[in-house]
Write a protein that binds this ligand. Structure first.
Ligand code: AMP
Length: 535
């Protein structure tokens, strides 16, 4: 089959020939004619399948007729991350070069006034992340009642990131009569519910099961002590013939720590996570794509969907918390039939997470031993002591093992031995930090106590108000959250009136009602949700 057979016009065919595509991918072959007919699509496809072109190509064809009015975009693409949004915009530039369509990329981290100016001129295609789009709408800079084609990309990621309430709100602002193209890597019950709500009689297209790993990726798993993880990684990077690699961490703060550690060991490395300024994110990505930097330490949220061809290796510095993320991570290598190698570094307590991955992919990941690092076994009974995404990881010290260079404390039993014969917990493992003496309470009149957890509605309106304050004090607030150690449970600004000495009881985390999403708590756009999602 050729692109011509799909009903695309000569301008698009010319642009496609120039980018070097000879034939459509399966999702393109199935979706393009359906979109050109004006029908809704429910596409189950991952990144790497050519899904972006499966909606951008027919959209360009459809939008070629007609003109945009000021502030009234004719089509809207919603993407969960800035990188994905930027990639969709790039697709429009590449394939639409022989059309005179206008587009705007509305994402956080970039000047609102520039984006506003573009909207004022009228755009055919608006590509946006949900948070910034709602901001623009609330400020009256955009009207959504002329949107004729809506694309929701990576819906499952939107769900993971807590964006669905925003997406539902945005869809509620669009005309009822429109064409909707909805893409997701998985089609779980919640995604189906959304698809039912947003789509009308869609054509369902599935191109590959979301749980398969490419046969071209050779997978390996090393089980080591927590304290040996970095050494294991360094050894693997040095001994493998690494052309370029993604190194995934589960949490954003670990991305930074690992990045700095690798840098200290003179590796050619960069990092990518949601706390970085957009310009730094863009520059880093460009350098990595161009091959100027060999290693990228990143989080799932930042790296999802990033299209870098010919990546030779993926290293999972942490076993992903969600088994599907394993498939996405290792899918960054072994693309387009090329060989790739994936290494996962686990600790014994990751037993259950590894089992979940192996169940999902239907295979056992071959175990390897790394020279100079004791190989351990997975503990299939252990509950990983994370206490949720925000909890601190056990360090070598916590596990009763001395840091390098320290005199050895009594050696802990290896996890595999614990399985066979329970050992008494080491002192270090059971030692609980003593609470620090409570600071003297300031006189009441100086430090009026007020409810530290405002009601949800108040919290929301505060959130909206605070967004207007800009990013200047964001670092300060974040720093404060870290200082308090209660990250996602409590907004730092909610502790008021005690100066720097809130009494200890105030700091006890209070679980939030389950109805509140991460989005409700965020005081910024999608970045903040990334922070919560990644913690
Ligand atoms: P996506 O799934 O949209 O992230 O696309 C993954 C990669 O496939 C991108 O690098 C695209 O440029 C590339 N691609 C998309 N369509 C085709 C095609 N028909 N032939 C070859 N490469 C393609």
């Amino acid at each position: 089959m050729t692109f011509e057979d799909l009903g695309l016009g000569p301008e698009l065919l010319k642009a496609l020939a120039e980018v070097g595509y000879t034939c459509p991918t399966p999702i393109q072959a199935q979706a393009i004619p359906v979109v050109l007919m004006g029908r809704d699509v429910l596409g189950c496809a991952q990144t790497g399948t050519g899904k972006t072109a499966s909606f951008t190509l027919p959209m360009i064809e459809i939008l070629a007729a007609g003109r945009a009015k000021a502030r009234m975009p004719r089509s809207l693409i919603l993407a969960p991350t800035r990188e994905l949004a930027a990639q969709a915009a790039e697709n429009f530039d590449n394939y639409g070069k022989y059309h005179r369509l206008t587009k705007a990329l509305i994402i956080g981290g970039e000047s609102m006034s520039d984006q506003s100016a573009l909207l004022d001129r009228g755009v055919d295609v608006l590509i946006a992340t949900p948070g910034r789009l709602l901001d623009m709408f609330e400020r009256g800079r955009i009207l959504l009642n002329d949107v004729k084609v809506l694309v929701i990309d990576e819906a499952d990621r939107m769900l993971d990131m807590g964006f669905i309430p925003d997406v539902e709100r945005i869809v509620g602002l669009l005309p009822k009569i429109r064409q909707t193209l909805f893409f997701s890597a998985t089609l779980g019950p919640e995604i189906r519910r959304l698809a039912d709500a947003f789509l009308m009689n869609p054509k369902e297209i599935t191109v590959s099961p979301g749980t398969s790993t490419a046969a071209t990726v050779e997978q390996h798993l090393a089980v080591v002590e927590e304290i040996d993880k970095r050494e294991t990684l360094r050894h693997l990077i040095r001994t493998e013939n690494v052309k370029n690699a993604f190194i995934f961490c589960n949490r954003k703060r670990d991305v930074d720590i690992l990045y700095r550690s690798l840098k200290k060991h003179d590796f050619d490395v960069c990092q990518l996570h949601g706390d970085m300024a957009q310009s730094a994110r863009g520059d880093t990505l460009d350098s990595f794509k161009k091959g100027e930097i060999r290693l990228m330490v990143c989080s799932d949220v930042a790296a999802r969907g990033i299209d870098v061809s010919a990546v030779s290796h993926v290293f999972n510095f942490d076993v992903p918390i969600h088994a599907e993320d394993y498939v996405h991570r290792i899918g960054r290598t072994g693309r387009a039939g090329m060989a790739g190698r994936a290494f996962t570094i686990a600790v014994p307590d990751d037993g259950k997470a590894v089992a979940a991955i192996e169940k999902l992919i239907g295979n056992t990941i071959p175990r390897i031993a790394v020279e100079g690092v004791p190989a351990l076994e997975l503990d299939m009974t252990a509950r990983k002591g994370r206490g949720g995404r925000g909890a601190a990881k056990p360090t070598g010290r916590d596990r009763g093992r001395p840091a390098r260079g320290e005199s050895p404390a009594p050696a802990p039993a290896p996890a595999s031995a614990v399985l066979r014969e329970p050992q008494p917990a080491s002192k270090a493992a059971i030692e609980v930090p003593q609470p620090r003496p409570a600071p003297a309470a300031p006189p009441r009149e100086e430090a009026p106590i007020r409810d530290i957890r405002p009601a949800a509605a108040e919290s929301r309106s505060r959130y909206r108000d605070e967004r207007g304050r800009g990013r200047d004090d964001r670092g300060r607030r974040r720093g404060r959250i870290d200082e308090l150690g209660i990250g996602e449970m409590l907004h730092a600004d909610d502790v008021v009136g005690f100066g720097d000495h809130p009494p200890d009881f105030i700091l006890i985390p209070v679980p939030l009602p389950s109805k509140l999403s991460a989005r409700d708590l965020a005081d910024e756009d999608e970045d903040e949700v990334e922070a919560v999602a990644e913690e």
